[in-house]
Design a binder for this molecule. Structure first.
Ligand SMILES: *[C@@H]1O[C@H](CO)[C@@H](O)[C@H](O)[C@H]1NC(C)=O
Ligand SMILES: *[C@@H]1O[C@H](CO)[C@@H](O)[C@H](O)[C@H]1NC(C)=O
Length: 181
């Protein structure tokens, strides 16, 4: 019996299942019970050109006169990739609405589903809601829920602008998300 227990212990030590499911952009963290995953990916938001990934779907009559475009509302279907390069591995898409919610300072209210398509995360999503003060170096938004692997998720997303073109408004944003689920 003791031998069997020892053999099982050795087998379990030799097969760290949690680690084998780790992906370059998504890692399970050991948090002593509560499943915790850290996700690091890049969000590509293209508003210019012939194939924008975010389009303006509404605005207020005063939006064009506002320095912060207060009231502009966009629908996004933005690719999420493993690296900063758009041609790096696609890991998911961020779909939903964001809009200019700041009158004094620039701020975007974000209500998006980040759905993933890679490895064990394929088909799972997290819902991100919060104010994104996009001109700040680091912004924090809340993860308010999830589906699939991320069912019952809560957590936080840190966003950092990796690249921004002020002429067009196109941006690449680095995300670092910690989710408890
Ligand atoms: C993700 O799941 C869908 C639907 O089950 C499947 O068609 C697709 O090939 C999967 N993608 C990857 C990258 O595993
Ligand atoms: C990502 O976030 C985690 C948790 O907040 C932190 O420990 C880690 O240093 C961050 N990594 C980067 C590259 O910002």
């Amino acid at each position: 019996m003791a031998k069997l227990a020892l053999a099982l212990l050795l087998i379990s030590m030799a097969m760290p299942w949690a680690q084998t499911q780790d992906l370059k952009w998504a890692k399970r963290l050991d948090s002593g019970g509560q499943p915790t995953t850290n996700l690091q990916f890049y969000f590509h938001d293209t508003v210019s050109g012939k194939t924008p990934t975010a389009v303006r779907v509404g605005q207020a009559s005063q939006t064009e006169k506002s320095p912060t475009l207060f009231g502009a509302l966009l629908m996004a279907d933005d690719p999420l990739t493993e690296g900063p390069d758009r041609s790096s591995k696609l890991v998911g898409r961020a779909q939903g609405l964001y809009g200019s919610a700041g009158q004094e300072g620039f701020g975007l209210i974000m209500a998006l589903s980040y759905g993933f398509c890679d490895g064990i995360y394929n088909g799972s999503s997290i819902s991100v809601l919060g104010l994104n003060q996009a001109l700040n170096p680091v912004r924090e938004m809340s993860v308010v829920g999830g589906t699939g692997v991320f069912r019952m998720a809560r957590g936080y997303a840190e966003a950092r602008t990796h690249w921004f073109d002020p002429a067009t408004g196109d941006a690449i944003v680095a995300y670092n998300v910690t989710v408890f689920h």
